[in-house]
Write a protein that binds this ligand. Structure first.
Ligand code: NDP
Ligand code: 2IT
Length: 449
């Protein structure tokens, strides 16, 4: 294990998030590597950590004042052992190669768990959509696609949304791809419903994370009904996590954005959630406005001087981190435990830091790692690809039933793998092992490529 970490740290010393993601997987799969010497002989760890291809490019665009702006674009084509590269695009000022490599690496194993034929990739830009006009976002997306289009395709690499990339951005990206290729194909997922998108795709990550939580709870004969839940974020994943939690009778008491969080002790009901959707998706406002509208709510701005996030310090049974990576440190994890949290389902990718995960495992709570718990989004992306290939559209009920079944299967796959390797109840190890074995066996079958 030390070897592979030494290699990647020596080669790319600044890619902290990538090191973190690799270290977590490699640690979990050590027993698999020990029992199957062929994997080390074939240099599987070394091959997995090196992307098959990295595309990095300039994105020049003009803002509304006519000033030229230049951003950086990326697409990491990480692994295609199981199918075309598949994974989202992130537009956020923090985006860099290391963050996208961590996301692409996670995506490879996540996609393997979905049961659908998808390899792993991720891309994006350091462009910040916040405060930009629709026209600026459109010009940026067009410039981004005017380079990316030559590298992707419905059987090659199929991007989708992630932080900062939703229905609006997918529309502009798709329009430019279609124009350049003179081809109407399912090259992106998360498309609009009347031009090839799938029902339930917007809902899928959040719903899936809640379905996964329900599966975990069922192992202890519990349900979400009546449980108090902490949710972070207020974007796509957070909104539909809240929606499904409310539907299943849970009480959601928080939401957040990068500037602060809301605590609403009286609970966020469907009507308040509708307000949040309009606030975030239409007006593109900030969550602080929620406290102006509802007197039951308290807004707390982010305090960078604190060594913890007070969002995670409320009485609750369940937590659904749904904003971004490394949003739960060891102190936050301990606060969650001290407040009675018995389940964490990660809607975000890698939201818990390694020492936080250790605390969850030490206390034997139900901890669903992102690559399992948030796999519903990419699963319905896979179903969107299937519908595009068949040139037909399934009903909402059909897609939702398939999503439920996939989340149930991912859950049982994790449980079985964890049991097989002597760590029963450890979903982190189960997800890493099951995803790893599926990908690397396909790599071995396909030879040294
Ligand atoms: P959105 O852009 O819709 O929402 C992101 C939310 O997280 C916003 O509330 C945003 O606040 C907050 N956020 C973003 N960056 C930070 C930060 N650095 N610190 C604090 N808060 C932050 O993205 P999604 O909801 O799609 O994605 C959320 C998470 O879920 C990500 O980790 C993503 O990788 C993961 N995910 C998404 C999937 C999808 O299908 N969309 C699928 C699987 C995982 P603000 O508005 O202030 O930026
Ligand atoms: O992290 C993820 O799984 C996503 N952002 C969704 C990827 C996809 O291709 O739908």
């Amino acid at each position: 294990m030390a070897d592979i970490m030494d290699i990647i740290k020596g080669r790319d010393p600044r890619e902290r998030e990538f090191h973190q993601a690799v270290s977590e997987v490699i640690e979990s799969v050590k027993p698999v590597l020990d029992q199957n010497p062929i994997y080390r002989q074939a240099k599987i760890p070394e091959r997995l950590v090196e992307p098959e291809r990295v595309i990095m490019f300039r994105i020049p665009w003009a803002d509304d004042q006519g000033n030229v702006q230049v951003n950086r674009g990326f697409r990491i084509e990480m692994n295609s052992a199981l199918g075309p590269y598949k994974g989202g695009l992130r537009f956020h000022p923090s985006v860099n190669l290391g963050i996208l490599k961590f996301l692409a690496f996670e995506q490879v194993f996540k996609n393997a768990l979905t049961t659908l034929p998808m390899g792993g990739g991720k891309g994006g830009s350091d462009f910040d959509p916040k405060g930009k006009s629709d026209n600026e976002v459109m010009r940026f997306c067009q410039s981004f696609m005017s380079e990316l289009f030559r590298h992707i395709g419905p059987d090659t690499d199929v991007p989708a949304g992630d932080i900062g990339v939703g229905a609006r951005e997918i529309g502009y990206l798709f329009g430019m791809y279609k124009k350049l290729r003179n081809e109407f194909t399912g090259v992106l997922t998360g498309k609009g419903l009347n031009w090839g998108g799938s029902l339930i795709r917007p809902e899928a990550t959040g719903y899936g994370s809640v379905y996964f939580a329900a599966e975990m709870l069922s192992t202890r004969n519990e349900t979400l009904d009546g449980k108090t839940c902490i949710v972070s974020g207020s974007g796509n994943v957070a909104q539909f996590t809240m929606e499904k939690l409310i539907e299943l009778g849970a009480k959601v008491v928080t939401l957040s954005d990068s500037a602060g969080y809301i605590f609403d002790e009286s609970g966020i009901d469907s009507e308040k959630l509708e307000y949040i959707k309009v606030l975030k998706n239409v007006r593109r406002g900030r969550v602080t406005e929620y406290a102006d509208k509802y007197s039951s709510a308290i807004y707390t701005p982010v305090d960078p001087a604190l060594d913890h996030n007070p969002l995670w310090n409320h009485k609750a049974e369940c937590a659904f981190p749904s904003a971004t990576q490394n949003e739960i440190n060891a102190r936050d994890a301990q606060n969650l435990i001290d407040n009675g949290v018995m389940l964490v389902s990660e809607g975000a990718n890698m939201p818990t830091m390694p020492d936080g995960i250790d605390i969850f495992k030490d206390h034997k709570i139900l901890y669903g790692p992102g690559k399992a718990a948030n796999a519903g989004g990419v699963s319905v992306s896979g179903l969107e690809m299937t519908q595009n290939s068949m040139r037909l559209a399934w009903t909402r009920e059909e897609v939702d039933n398939r999503l439920k079944l996939i989340m149930k299967t991912i859950h049982s796959t994790c449980v079985d793998a964890a049991e097989q390797y002597g760590v029963p109840g450890n979903y982190e190890a189960g997800a890493n092992i099951a995803g790893f074995v599926k990908v690397v066996d396909a790599m071995l079958d396909q030879g040294l490529v």
